[in-house]
Design a protein around this ligand. Structure first.
Ligand SMILES: NC(=O)c1ccc[n+]([C@@H]2O[C@H](COP(=O)([O-])OP(=O)(O)OC[C@H]3O[C@@H](n4cnc5c(N)ncnc54)[C@H](O)[C@@H]3O)[C@@H](O)[C@H]2O)c1
Length: 340
């Protein structure tokens, strides 16, 4: 079988640390082109991994014929880049949040369907070993129904992550559309939907810019979610956890509690009401400091190779995005928002 020709739009932190190295490791892939307006970034990737460098993704698409594209650029570019790639006949793996609005996300889904290509959203939290284990335990039924939960994602902010540091697009609403909620909150709306196998029915959000200076996006959010099953929980996203960053989820169920990421070393803990305790050492969650393979790239390539639609589809990305957008609406209106 000939290799899948891949192009990468945006050669910043996530492309350099996860997408590009994971494509390079995949035997079914040939990296053919990179685009970044800071052309040195694209050139460095081309020199290291082979392929051509472009300063514009439109020019790349006019000159190359990729089978698949990774969209790793600022959030406002996710929709135009994904649609252009799909229209050029390429499968698309787009970073999260998949878009800034529901309309854009729908247009991306339509563009992929209309061109007969896959659209996958990089919700890699689903593939982290502690979350894979937690899903397996919840699906086994031993814990019974989830009744209440809390899920949180916080770190000191993207200035320590983005290739542009404090000057990053992450802090500009024009480019980022949203702050901590688009960076971290959407990971957790996706995770909760996935773990519970349930949809969010109602959302209330308290969202603000509490401490970051010179930014017009949110740096903190606390939301309350009511699921269709009736379960109630909280979702927290923060860019101001300068110490004690958090990527943990606790689910209180009929027969006990499931704790994910609360104790170093014991990534998943089950405490049952009958007194039994199970601890699972399945490997730590990736952090900005400690990268582990996301698994997302292999899953995307596997979809293409086996002609199987990706499970983390555009539709899934849209449902997770809608929860976050509803939280913003709740903050703006001072109301509880119902999701359809
Ligand atoms: N799934 C995850 O865990 C995860 C983690 C971090 C970031 N992300 C997402 O990845 C995306 C990129 O974030 P990042 O952390 O790599 O940011 P970054 O600031 O490190 O890099 C962004 C890159 O995009 C480039 N860019 C800007 N305009 C462009 C254009 N027109 N064409 C091509 N490239 C362009 C910039 O020059 C920069 O090199 C964001 O959507 C972010 O939310 C996802």
């Amino acid at each position: 079988m000939s290799k899948i020709k891949v192009a990468v739009f945006g050669c910043g932190a996530i492309a350099q640390r996860r997408h590009i190295p994971e494509y390079a490791e995949n035997p079914n892939v040939e990296l053919i082109a990179f685009a970044d307006p800071v052309i040195e970034r694209a050139r460095e990737m081309a020199e290291t991994y082979g392929g051509k460098a472009y300063s514009s993704y439109e020019e790349l698409l006019a000159n190359e014929k990729p089978d698949a594209v990774s969209v790793c650029a600022p959030n406002d570019l996710h929709a135009p880049m994904s649609i252009a790639a799909a229209n050029a006949g390429a499968h698309v793996l787009v970073e999260k949040p998949m878009a800034g609005t529901e309309e854009e996300a729908k247009r991306m889904i339509e563009a992929a369907a209309g061109n007969g290509v896959y659209l996958m959203v990089a919700h890699n939290q689903r593939l982290m070993p502690p979350h894979v284990k937690a899903k397996e335990l919840l699906d086994s039924g031993k814990l019974g129904r989830v009744l209440t939960f809390r899920t949180a994602f916080g770190h000191p902010g993207p200035e320590g992550w983005s290739v542009d540091g404090r000057d990053s697009w992450f802090f500009r609403k024009k480019d980022a559309i949203m702050g901590a909620m688009g960076d971290l909150g959407v990971h957790k709306s996706d995770l909760i939907r996935y773990l519970l196998g349930d949809e969010v029915a109602e959302v209330t959000g308290f969202i603000g810019t509490i401490h970051k200076e010179g930014t017009d996006v949110d740096d903190n959010a606390v939301c309350i979610l009511r699921m269709k099953s009736g379960a109630i929980g909280t979702l927290t996203a923060s860019w101001t956890q300068y110490k004690g960053g958090d990527n943990s989820t606790v689910l209180w169920c009929e027969n006990g509690v499931l704790k994910i990421g609360t104790v170093n070393g014991d990534e998943v803990i089950v405490e049952l009401t009958n007194g039994s305790v199970e601890t699972y050492q399945v490997g730590a969650m990736a952090t900005n400091e400690k990268q582990v393979p996301s698994g997302i790239i292999d899953a995307f390539v596997e979809s293409i190779v086996t002609k199987t639609p990706p499970s983390i589809s555009g539709e899934e990305g849209l449902r997770s995005l809608k929860v976050i957008l509803a939280a913003f609406e709740s903050q703006a209106m001072g109301q509880v928002i119902q999701l359809g």
